[in-house]
Design a protein around this ligand. Sequence first.
Ligand code: URA
Length: 180
Amino acid sequence: WDAIIESIHGCTACELAQNCTRKVPGIGSREADLLIVGEGPGHDEDIRGEPFVGRSGQLLDRMLAAIGIAREQVYITNIVKCRPPDNRDPKQQEAQQCRAFLEAQIEQIAPKVILSVGRVSAHNLLASTLPVGKLIQQVHKLPGTDIPLKVTYHPAYLLRNPSAKAIAWQDLKLLRQMLQ
Ligand code: URA
């Protein structure tokens, strides 16, 4: 595990590494049943070196709390470990270069369930281009593994579109069942 985290901190594979303030490998329990995968660090995460600590993160914490899960019980990481400038989407090549880190983290944690939040995460994990609204309609498996993968809306999307919270609540209830 330490080697994975160290190699993230030492990574210079793409342009994101040159422009970020801090690498954001992930946070939480290495024995977690639930692995949450977001898109990439934003402004607050880049400064703190921790994923989902800004407004989206606060909503994510409340979403987890609603199904009785504390942030400390899960592992939270992102598709890319460095902040894309101006919060642009990570490029395909950047996501690919960062992929080995995520795969190593998944192998070590061996989660029971993966929660993929938002379009960039879902598209990368599922190698799909379908809209999130479609991808949330069924439970997937992480390709190449037997790990069930649930897609849900990104908390940033829910902050902009509160009407989607009803669907996200259904996702969370299903997630709770999947973890039982
Ligand atoms: N949005 C993400 O996708 N990841 C973070 O870590 C923060 C905001």
